[in-house]
Design a protein. Structure first.
Length: 250
C-alpha cells in the first residue's frame, strides 16, 4: 500500500478485520480506539487509544501518517466520530468506507416502539412507574434521571458514575454475547415490564430481543443517528475488496 490504512475501531467488526489483516504484513494498518471503555479488547495489530481532537486533529493525523484510506468500523451510535471522519476524508480526498452490522428489524411478533433518540425513549416510558431493563450504554444513562419514578435494571460494560444514575437503579456489569435463555431468566427474575435499547444491530446483544419477544414485553428501540452519506458494507468480503482496490494511490 502506497499509504497507510486507518481503521476506526471499537466493535466486533473491527476486531474481525484486525484478525483478517494480522498476517498481511504488506498492508500497513493501524486501528484507533476511542477509549470509552475502561478495559477495551485490544486488536492483534498496531493500535492507538484516544481521540484525535476533532476534525482538524484528524486531518492533521491523516496527513502526518500518510493515510490513503479509512475504514470506519465504529459503533453505529458513534455518530460524531463518523461525521468527523467524513469531513476530514472529504477535505483530503481520502477514500472512506463504513463497515458496520445491519440494523435490527422487528418481526410481526415484536412489540417495538421506535424513537429517534434517548430523550424520546425517556418520554416513551410514560408517567406510570415501571420496571425497566436499560441497555443503552452508561453515557446515555443521565437522561433517565428525569424519570425517577421507574425502577431501572442497567447493564453496562463499565460502571457509570453514581451521580448519573436515576435513584432506583440496579447495575449489572457484563459484556456480550448473551444467551437467550439467560436473558429471559434475567427479565423474569427482575419482573421487567419494558426494555429500552439502541438499535446497534449484530448478534452479540440481540438475545434480549428474542427474550422480550418470547415474554411479550415491549421494546423501546432508539433509532440509529443520521450520519453523512457513505459507502457501507456489512461483511469482511466487502471490506477486503475495498482495501485491495485502494492499495495504491492513483
Amino acid at each position: 500500500m502506497a499509504g497507510n490504512l486507518l481503521i476506526l475501531g471499537g466493535t466486533s467488526e473491527a476486531m474481525a478485520l484486525a484478525r483478517a489483516l494480522a498476517d498481511r504484513s504488506e498492508i500497513h494498518a493501524e486501528m484507533s480506539l476511542a477509549g470509552r471503555t475502561g478495559h477495551p479488547v485490544l486488536p492483534p495489530m498496531k493500535h492507538r487509544i484516544g481521540g484525535f481532537g476533532g476534525v482538524e486533529g484528524l486531518v492533521a493525523y491523516l496527513e502526518r501518517e500518510n493515510v490513503s484510506a479509512v475504514i470506519d468500523a465504529t459503533h453505529p451510535f458513534a455518530a460524531q466520530m463518523t461525521r468527523n471522519a467524513a469531513l476530514a476524508c472529504d477535505r483530503l480526498g481520502v477514500p472512506r468506507l463504513i463497515f458496520t452490522r445491519p440494523a435490527w428489524t422487528p418481526s410481526e411478533e415484536d412489540r417495538w416502539i421506535s424513537v429517534p433518540d434517548t430523550e424520546a425513549a425517556v418520554d416513551a416510558l410514560g408517567e406510570v412507574p415501571k420496571k425497566v431493563f436499560l441497555t443503552v450504554g452508561r453515557l446515555s444513562l443521565p437522561a433517565f434521571r428525569r424519570a425517577p419514578q421507574h425502577h431501572y435494571l442497567m447493564r453496562s460494560i463499565d460502571a457509570p458514575d453514581q451521580a448519573d444514575c436515576p435513584p432506583h437503579t440496579e447495575l449489572i456489569l457484563a459484556r456480550g454475547p448473551f444467551d437467550v435463555e439467560a436473558e429471559r431468566a434475567l427479565m423474569v427474575a427482575h419482573d421487567i415490564e419494558v426494555i429500552v435499547t439502541k438499535n446497534s444491530g449484530g448478534h452479540a446483544t440481540d438475545a434480549k430481543l428474542s427474550a422480550a419477544r418470547a415474554l411479550h414485553r415491549p421494546v423501546i428501540m432508539i433509532d440509529r443517528p443520521t450520519v453523512p452519506v457513505s459507502r457501507v458494507v456489512h461483511d469482511l468480503v466487502g471490506v477486503m475488496a475495498f482495501i485491495e482496490a485502494h492499495r495504491f494511490k492513483p
